[in-house]
Design a protein around this ligand. Sequence first.
Ligand code: NAD
Length: 425
Amino acid sequence: MSVKKRTSKNVLLDTALNNFYGAADEMGLEDDLVEILSRPERSIIVSLPVVMDDGSVRVFEGYRVQHSTALGPAKGGFRYHPDVDIEECEALGSLMTWKCSLAGIPYGGGKGGVSCDPLELSTAERERLTRTFAARISPIIGEWTDIPAPDVNTGAPEMVWFMDTISKMRGRLEPGVVTGKPISIWGSRGRTAATGLGVATCVRELLKTVKMDVKGTRVIVQGFGNVGTYAALSMSQSGAKIVGISDVTGGYHAPDGIDVQKAFGHINSHPKKLLEGYSQPGLQKIPGDDILLVDADVLTPCALEGAVNARNAASIKAKYIVEGANGPITPDADEILSSKNILVVPDFLANSGGVIGSYFEWVQNLNGFFWTEEEYNSRLIPIMTDNFYRVWNYSQTHEVKMRRAAFLVAIKRVADAVKMRGTFL
Ligand code: NAD
């Protein structure tokens, strides 16, 4: 490769660029494609004057980056956080390009956000900020150009305000301009469980490939939130034995199996949706981080990034890890796990049920016709299964780890699209 490699002081962007250049080198990607795909197609910075509740005006800064639209409209969330900046959006937007490509859906990648502390904002201020942001980035947003979604500190209310603002500005309903809307406002049945169901599908297919029976396989689910609960429910319905679960209140270990339905019922009746106070016969309460280390066959980290790190990686007993969360294994821990022959199914394959679910919402919005939850799941599971085998087969044929295989498969699909479409003029 003879291109001059870009670097960045932003750690996230520098890592994303390094990973891309490393993979591009390994797959022998042509220099012009390396140059094209190492840069975003479009980045904009907008200023957002917002009338605060006390009558004063504060000007926030917002960002939207479209990394690639080679495979389809840019797709990716927008977040509200004090640390958001254009480089972070560029890094996260490129990861969305690879994730959508790997997922086999007709989307490119993008990301956005507003630099703010959402805890300091009232609901009315958040609404005005969201509507101003939508109006300012409206020229580059649309169901066939760029489709935002929820991300850190944004959710269904922000998506509704966003859709409503764009619809009123354009004088027509624009439901497909964002995903992550509530079911009553053009959202989709099935979306809540989609990511967890996708994680569980990867676990089941992985067990088939290594000739283990899912019945009785011992699984740990770290993080019992949206992803973890639905992954645990689906795996236990298949006969897996969930031997440990955890959340911010600690670890809950039951070598003979957690009663997942009961634990799910418990969090749903807890005012903060926590496991605090959960009990069943044979259950032992342990420190939260220790759940990662209990004896099991499969570990699914479904909480936050960096859970498996250089301090605890060597003590993990599970032979297989399926990453439900984004980035739950640090790069140095990845090397330790590799030296212990622990097989890792990477996050952007395992948790892609979320973005595939967003695609389903958009498809239903374009058609104005809604699916049942059964229809939704009957489409999600075959896509997740195909994607799992695409990466598994590549990793077996080329003798590379699944994480690297996923990246190479994803880059190739985007590069092929850029080549076929050609450069303009
Ligand atoms: P969530 O907030 O619903 O759940 C997170 C869970 O982790 C909670 O139960 C919380 O108590 C627990 N937790 C936090 N810190 C912990 C700790 N130190 N030890 C044990 N448990 C801890 O979030 P979520 O939507 O389930 O997302 C989880 C991860 O999955 C994140 O990395 C997110 O980016 C990723 N992800 C989510 C989706 C989705 O559709 N929700 C899609 C793709 C990726």
